[in-house]
Design a protein around this ligand. Structure first.
Ligand code: 0A1
Ligand code: ZN
Length: 886
């Protein structure tokens, strides 16, 4: 469909009216407009007849009027073949087809059956939403609004129905047929075969799934705590079947953990996980039939890094946990997305903390918050974890809804304690099992189960932006240490700071005695007002300056914590704090000072670089420390996080230069220690993913990266590559070489490509070049886009090059001549024609334009304007571009 959104962009959404079916205006939907449906769809029977080009979908809906009036179903890109009500073909004037709707003008006033037959063309579906083809196999993706691309339906999560499904296809081409629930029939005739399925649980359309293809797989078994055997099946294309063991193991661990931690048991006899090569996101929790991006399932030592293993563990668990937090209890409308996503991310994070290292996992998660989420909260796309409006729902699968949403859930647990939180969870499932509910229902369950008032806590759902919590007025009265905490929150779109109300913030604090290094006391302060004074218990003497406060321990709230600390106090915390997160944070603050001093030209005046070197050296020399934590303490904050500390109007390339100059200085100052630690961590033991081995590799590879940065380490990097027994080490070597145009780089990159064991390794090869901090980065990326293995239709491959360049190569993306911007602008425009979701996300790269100097900001803004006026632009990209321009 061709849509002229550019005209609307200048009018604003309110001005868009009366669009014809051919040029439908992008409609903004509002949370406040929620209305219950006028019909329930009690059951759905689907029949898929898979033909060569077209698949015929026959849908039989049993409807009951609950309000009456016209029946308006969603439908998109469907070829209607026939429609009948209660067995009678509908006359043409009984219904109307809109661009995205099917309207039955006068439905019967008592329960009735609507049967429609539509044709769809999965091979032409490049959006990867609805039924589509991937490597010759068929699969579905229905969240958020993809089911309407399969048949006419109330494609919204509060319409819950009993599903049955029959699939018929060519036996040779599609030997495996799967859908949700239990297989209840199977048969064949001639070249064709069929299977039918029944899902005993009512579900919304977004959880529907179908898979048909030539797949192989592995099988396992899990016996639930009440003694039921569950058949576990992990499927993929035949060539990848040797990389499925870890996901099966991850699934079993997740099933066990959910029983032990929340008492939650699986509820069907079979659980399928299917890996597909082409997928827009990570994975999808369809009832009993998860569909996964290969990047989140496949893992083998030769092809996957330790990080990949962790991702597989986390995502497999995430999708499994959705069976309760998402499927058994789902969302009333898409504004409530964080109800299932924030909660499920919190569940998968704590699962991984339990399975690996709590301290390391927490720091990894806090890094995502501070770089990606804080940046979103500070930019034009800032939204509360429960957004108030959207044009394209797919744009709201964000780090705010997911990760900040998880932090909000974590705050309930912090405020209520684990037993109280668990009581709240039990009540939530008890009250709402089998229904579609809201974030308010979740909050009420937490409050009621614990008899506490969580009214003020709602502000975490209504107000966007990252609050700042500032510590001031440290005092000693008698023998009591007191302090003042105050909070504020900056302007966000449609929410001026002056109108924001104080949040209910759990602020975990501890008090340390500088002389002894000992902890005096630890408290959870509940900050509810704009400013409040709190006291520690435990006796103190002397002056407040004899003590140091460890503020926001464990990142107890998604806020920016501020207090004035001297360099010595930071160094004290970096070595004495017993909270590993805050020890790491103190080191981060020391690095930040050094980088920002370098940026502003204050370097040399102060001792900030000396303190940074001391911190870096201490991490290297901390021989008894956890190697993963030592590696984390060697890593300085990244571009995005540092940018948030600068006033608007800064030069991004200058920031990149300051960052890399400090990184180089640290590596050069400590090159002796780096070499020593690097050498001491060599091992030829067989590969395993135990925390000790992962930590060893993480630290050793951090040393390698630093030695490469210090210079003159090319030969050793090549040797590191040659000696590598696993992908983690191979990739680290290739990355270490990627920044400089040397013959060693060419040699290793050539070998890396030739020996790539699967498509995911080829993606790494693309990504490591696209992110390389090299002078020839854009030139390289342009070559990669022309490479025979590049693809515009495979999101993983595409993003490995293009999104990586825009998001992970700030020096090249922000090149002063605008060449990086122009490249990304053209990619957004071109890719929007085939995959709206991928293009819209890429378009988000321009969202930071107001932060930079006038020249850069102007160039980026011009790109957005160019994108907005593109003819036929998708509503996804339109929404991101217009919000960014405001
Ligand atoms: N619910 C999935 C994420 C997901 C969302 C949208 C998708 O297609 C547009 C696909 C997957 C999860 O949280 O894992
Ligand atoms: Zn999820």
């Amino acid at each position: 469909s061709s849509r002229l959104y550019h005209a609307l962009a200048t009018m604003g959404h309110g001005g868009a009216q009366g669009g014809s079916a051919a040029a439908a205006p992008p409609v903004e939907k509002f949370r406040k407009d929620y209305a219950a449906l006028p019909y329930s769809i009690d059951s759905v029977d689907l029949d898929f007849n898979v033909q060569t080009d077209e698949t015929l979908v026959t849908s039989t809906l049993k409807l009951t009027p609950t309000g009456g009036g016209p029946l308006v179903l969603d439908g998109e890109d469907l070829r209607l073949v026939s429609a009948e009500v209660d067995g009678k073909e509908l006359p043409k004037d009984a219904y109307e087809l809109g661009e995205e709707t099917f309207t039955l003008h006068k439905p019967p006033s008592s329960p009735f059956t609507l049967k429609t037959v539509v044709g769809i063309e999965p091979a032409k579906n490049t959006q990867l939403s609805g039924l589509y083809e991937s490597s010759g196999n068929l699969c579905t993706q229905c969240e958020a609004e993809g089911f309407r691309r399969i048949t006419y339906f109330y494609d919204r999560p509060d319409c819950m129905s009993a599903f049955t499904c029959r699939v018929e296809a060519d036996k040779k081409k599609f030997p495996i047929l799967l859908s949700n629930g239990n297989e209840v029939g199977r048969g064949e005739s001639g070249d064709r075969h069929w299977a039918s399925f029944e899902d005993p649980f009512k579900k919304p359309s977004y959880l529907f799934a179908l898979v048909a293809g030539d797949l192989g797989g592995i099988q396992g078994k899990f016996t639930t705590k009440s003694g039921r055997d569950v058949d576990l099946r992990i499927w993929s294309e035949h060539r990848n079947c040797d990389q499925l063991d870890w996901s099966l193991e991850s699934l079993k661990r997740a099933m066990k953990w959910d029983e032990e931690t929340y008492g939650l048991e699986y509820d069907l006899d079979v659980y399928h996980v299917v890996a597909v090569e082409d997928f827009n996101m990570g994975a999808m929790e369809n009832k009993g039939l998860n569909v996964f991006n290969t990047a989140c399932v496949l893992a083998a030592p030769q092809t996957a890094t330790d990080g990949d293993y962790d991702r597989v563990l986390g995502v497999v668990a995430h999708e499994y946990f959705h069976n309760w937090s998402g499927n058994r209890v789902t969302c009333r409308d898409w504004f409530q997305l964080t109800l299932k996503e924030g909660l499920t991310v919190y569940r998968d994070q704590t699962f991984t903390e339990d399975q690996t290292s709590r301290a390391v996992k927490r720091i990894d998660d806090v890094r995502v918050m501070r770089s990606a989420q804080f940046a979103q909260d500070a930019g034009p796309m800032a939204h509360p974890i429960r957004p108030e409006s959207y044009v394209a729902m797919d744009n709201f699968y964000t780090v705010t809804v997911y990760n900040k949403g998880a932090e909000v859930i974590r705050m309930y647990a912090t405020l209520l304690g684990w037993p109280g939180f668990r009581k709240g969870m039990d009540l939530y499932f008890q009250r709402h099992d089998g229904t579609a509910v809201t974030c308010d229902d979740f909050r009420s369950a937490m409050a009621d189960a614990n008899s506490v008032d969580l009214t003020q806590f709602e502000r975490w759902y209504t107000q966007a932006g990252t609050p700042t919590v500032t510590l001031s007025d440290k005092k000693i009265d008698g023998e009591t240490f007191s302090l003042t905490l105050s909070q504020s929150c900056a302007d966000t779109p449609n929410q001026p700071a002056s109108e924001k109300q104080p949040f209910h913030i759990p602020v975990s604090c501890a008090l340390f005695d500088k002389k002894t290094g000992k902890k005096v006391d630890e408290q959870l302060f509940e900050l509810r007002e704009a400013s409040q004074t709190f006291s520690f218990s435990g006796t103190v003497t002397g002056s407040p300056d004899d003590y140091v406060v460890s503020l926001l321990r464990g990142f107890s709230a998604p806020v920016t914590a501020k207090q004035e600390l001297t360099q010595d106090e930071l160094l004290f915390l970096a070595s004495n704090d017993d909270d590993s997160l805050n020890r790491w944070d103190a080191a981060q603050q020391i690095y930040t000072r050094a980088i920002l001093d370098e940026f502003t030209g204050d370097a040399g005046k102060g001792d900030s670089l000396d303190a940074a070197v001391a911190t870096f050296r201490a991490a290297l020399n901390d021989k008894s420390g956890d190697p993963s934590l030592r590696a984390l303490n060697l890593a300085v904050p990244g571009f995005s996080e540092l940018g948030l500390k600068l006033d608007d109007g800064f030069d991004p390339v200058k920031l990149c230069e300051a960052l890399s100059s400090v990184k180089k200085a640290l590596a050069r100052a400590c090159s002796t220690e780096l070499k020593e630690v690097y050498a001491s961590l060599y091992s030829d033991a067989p590969y395993d993913v135990e925390a000790a081995s992962v930590g060893r590799r993480r630290l050793r590879n951090a040393c390698l990266a630093n030695l490469a940065r210090a210079g003159g380490f090319e030969q050793q990097s090549v040797k590191h590559y040659e000696d590598a027994q696993c992908m983690t080490d191979q990739l680290a070597a290739a990355v270490a070489l990627a920044g400089e145009a040397t013959k060693e780089r060419e040699e290793v990159l050539g070998k890396f490509y030739e020996s790539a064991g699967n498509e995911l390794v080829v993606n790494k090869w693309f990504a490591l070049q696209a992110s390389a901090d090299a002078d020839d980065a854009l030139e390289t990326v342009k070559k990669l886009v022309a490479h025979e293995a590049f693809s515009r239709t495979n999101p993983n491959r595409y993003r490995a090059v293009v999104n990586t360049f825009a998001g992970a190569n700030p020096r090249a993306f922000h090149a002063a001549d605008g060449s990086g911007y122009a490249f990304i602008r053209d990619e957004v425009i071109q890719t929007d024609k085939t995959n709206n979701q991928v293009a819209a996300r890429l378009c988000g790269s321009f969202g930071t334009w107001k932060k930079y100097d006038a020249k850069r900001g102007g160039l980026m803004k011009a790109c957005l304007e160019e994108i907005v006026k593109t003819e036929g632009l998708s509503k996804d990209t339109f929404e991101i571009a217009t919000r960014s321009l405001k």
